[in-house]
Design a protein around this ligand. Sequence first.
Ligand SMILES: [Zn+2]
Length: 277
Amino acid sequence: MPELPEVETIVRGLQGPLQGLVIESIELFSTSMLGEVTADDFIAALTDSRIKKIERRGKYILFKLQKGQKSFTLAVHLRMTGNLIYCSKRPMTRPRHTRAVFLFHNESFLFFTDVRKFGSFRILDDNQKTIFLSCLGVEPLSPAFSEQTLQKLIEGKKTSIKAFLLNQKYICGIGNIYADEILYRSSLYPEKPLPKLSKKEIANLWHNIREVLMEGIKAGGTSTRDYRNAAGEKGDYQKHLLVYGKAGQKCRRCCSIIQRIKVAGRGTYYCPGCQPN
Ligand SMILES: [Zn+2]
């Protein structure tokens, strides 16, 4: 599933070519991403709107749109296998698993592809947007996320550190891959309960959350499976993964064998040497 670095890479790739473009028409090959909105209503709402800006919040891509006097937002969540691919002219064939096509007035295209069909599109007016985004926690790469912020978030909570990192209400944007890499770099056992973290461990964790996510962005995201950037290209961070997906392989730091366990219902990779229980 695309996490913060992948979504950030997509947003950066779309912002340049899409900003200022007007949606001329929309073709839908599925309505699974629309929730309760009908295809006709979705198309009517977005057709002739201008893309003012594209932003990321957590794992959401936010298209800020303007139609006449009305401004609103299309919030896209890619879930498991969604991709947004921009083509400056009509390709010979549609990408595989295309669920929606946006055609712009300059005859460029944005394709939404989604193998598993879990992706979602939500149209939000400014009020709905405020409520919608208030459910998300702090942005880990924003100035609002300080060492003290993390300390405060952890205070009084009893869950495991991995469950904490995955909870989008506390810190948004971290998913299964980056959580495992962050915990490995921090030498923390994924099931370690939050009350057992020392101040020094929290400081180290804070540093590694930011460092790992920034490295992920720099590498253009992780393409273990379906993820592609806005140009349809793979990311590079899978080459830098040290524990995720490495069960049975030797740890590069201590030569212990990487293990896979379940934590918070998710397959979790860790090194028993570097991250002792
Ligand atoms: Zn190790």
